[in-house]
Every structure is written in C-alpha cells, then in structure tokens.
Design a protein around this ligand. Structure first.
Ligand SMILES: NC(=O)c1ccc[n+]([C@@H]2O[C@H](COP(=O)([O-])OP(=O)(O)OC[C@H]3O[C@@H](n4cnc5c(N)ncnc54)[C@H](OP(=O)(O)O)[C@@H]3O)[C@@H](O)[C@H]2O)c1
Length: 277
C-alpha cells in the first residue's frame, strides 16, 4: 500500500480504519473485534482511536483485536481537550497505553482545540516523545489560523499531523488548510471520508462506482486519496463494508470521473469555518 512519510521518518499507510462508535456496547464487541481483524487480514496497518470513543471502550476493544499484531500497526489515539493541561496529558496517555495494552502510540493527537494554551500541550507531547511513549504528535480539528498558532509555539514545528473532516460532501479544507499543512509538512488525515454513510446513496457516486465495478464507498475513498500525502480512516463494522473499502486502493479515477464528481459535489465558493460534523 502507498505510504506517507512523516517528519520523523515514520511511514503511515494511506488507508486505515477508524473506531468511533465502537467499544460502546458489550454485545457488539465480538463483531467489532472481528471487523478490525478482517481489516488487518486484508492488509490494513493503520488504526485510529481516541480516549473519547466509548470512554476508553474502543481502546480496550482494540487491545483484543490487535493482540499479537501490535508491532505491525501504526496506532493513533487522541487526548480530550479537557485533558490537555500538562499533567493531565501525561496521565491520559498512560491510561490509553494501559487500555490498549501497549507501551507506545505511533501518533497522539489533541482531539480538538480547547482552552489550555497549545504551548502547554505541546510541551507534554514532547515529554512523552522523549520518553518513547509516543513516536509522533499532532492535532485534530485545527483550522489554518490555529495551525499557525501551533507552528509558532516552541517545538510546534514537530507537529506531524492534523486530522480533519474531509469527504465529497464537505470540501472546505481545500480553501486554505490543505495548502497550509502541505507547506508545514503536516500530514492531513481525513476523517468521516464516507460522510458517515448517507453520502454513499448519491446517484453521481453510484454511476461512477458502477463504471469501476466497485461500491460507492470505494469511489468516495479513492477520491479522498487522489491527493498526494492524504491519509484516511473509514470506520466499518460490517464485513462487506470492510471489504468494499479496501477496493479503493485499486480504483484509478480518470479525468471524466473527477469532473463528474466535481460537478456533483462542488467545493465551496469561498472560505468557510472548519466543518466538524
Ligand atoms: N478527529 C475527530 O474529531 C474525528 C471525528 C469523527 C471521526 N473520526 C475518526 O474517523 C473515523 C471515520 O469517520 P466516521 O466513523 O465518522 O465516518 P465514516 O467512516 O465516514 O462512516 C462510517 C459509517 O459508514 C458505514 N460504512 C463503512 N463502510 C461502508 C461501505 N463500504 N458502504 C456503506 N456504508 C459503509 C459504517 O457502517 P458499519 O460500521 O455498520 O459498517 C458507518 O456507519 C472514525 O471512526 C474515527 O476514528 C475522527
């Protein structure tokens, strides 16, 4: 699979899996563990989670799903903004490591901007990096102005990634943020790349999917991954969904496809606030 190289030299596969809304209900655990294991069996090596997901439940579920295979995986987790003060970041990271049954995270993100000065959170991230508990750090849901704040903070230039919402139905980051991240060598990781589902029923997407002999989800993901340096993390529990999403790696969208998708899902005509929904 194609990979993106971070500032640290670490490599991230372009297609991974997400875990939001997993780890919330005991009765769904077996299906969730099976979905993650199926994704790994099909070649996925990037897994995204957060202390927020199932209030630790997603991380616990992942410990089971990744057992014996942790070293193959690029593992991402996130700290709540209300835990972004120095001692709270250090403690939250310890809790995540314990739940995940691992000794390190490959990437640790501030989940969204909060009231703690970013300099303080970055200082804590750098401490964790020095201790080997995280290999890289970054942010999530930061707009272009907030990324400038990160860059200006001490050690802020070590920010490896900004995880933001991006899909055919929400293209606001194409205005400023993508370019700002590219210039700062900050890897953009697209979340909700399937628009959480409803996007996939749009006729324009179906037509291109039929042409390529894949599901609409594969087209939606291939479109996100058309951009160099872009990484994405769709979430799927149903086995058919896991399999359909992998097909994105085989799809080559041609100029006609891209034109049709642009017409059906136009980028906004002016800059707009960062979408987080
Ligand atoms: N940083 C942040 O603030 C933030 C916010 C949101 C999400 N995220 C991360 O990004 C990940 C992905 O985003 P998301 O979960 O919001 O939404 P998403 O990946 O766009 O969509 C997930 C939904 O699409 C369905 N689906 C998956 N594959 C499909 C397919 N091939 N055909 C039809 N439906 C399909 C899933 O159903 P099933 O599960 O039933 O298969 C689920 O209902 C999250 O899990 C999380 O890790 C981060």
């Amino acid at each position: 699979m194609r990979q993106v190289t971070l500032k640290s030299g670490d490599k991230v596969p372009v297609l991974g899996v997400g875990t939001w809304r997993m780890g919330e209900r005991k009765g769904e655990r077996a299906a969730e563990v099976a979905a993650i294991r199926l994704a790994l069996d099909l070649g996925i090596r990037l897994v995204d989670t957060a202390e927020m997901y199932g209030e630790g439940g997603a991380e616990e579920m992942l410990a089971e799903a990744l057992a014996g295979r942790r070293d193959e995986i690029f593992l991402v987790s996130k700290v709540y903004p209300h835990n972004a003060a120095r001692k709270n970041v250090l403690a939250a990271c310890e809790r995540s490591l314990k739940r995940l049954k691992t000794d390190r995270l490959d990437l640790y993100l501030l989940h969204w901007p909060g009231s703690v000065p970013i300099e303080e959170t970055i200082g804590a991230f750098e401490t964790l990096r020095g201790e080997g508990k995280i290999r890289n750090w970054g942010v999530s849901n930061f707009d272009a102005g907030q990324m400038t704040g990160v860059a200006r903070a001490p050690k802020g230039s070590n920010c490896a990634s900004n995880q933001v919402l991006y899909h055919l139905g929400s293209r606001g980051i194409e205005w400023q943020l993508l370019e700002a991240c590219r210039k700062a060598n900050v890897m953009v990781m697209a979340y909700s790349p399937l628009g959480q589902g409803p996007l996939l029923r749009k006729p324009a997407l179906k037509a291109i999917a039929d042409k390529h002999g894949v599901e609409p989800a594969a087209i939606a993901l291939a479109w996100v991954l058309r951009l160099p340096g872009m990484v994405t993390i769709p979430k799927a529990v149903k086995p058919d969904h896991v399999r359909a999403n992998m097909k994105a790696l085989d799809v080559k969208l041609d100029a006609d496809d891209l034109k049709a998708l642009d017409a059906a899902f136009p980028a906004p005509k002016r800059a707009e606030p960062l979408d987080m929904t």
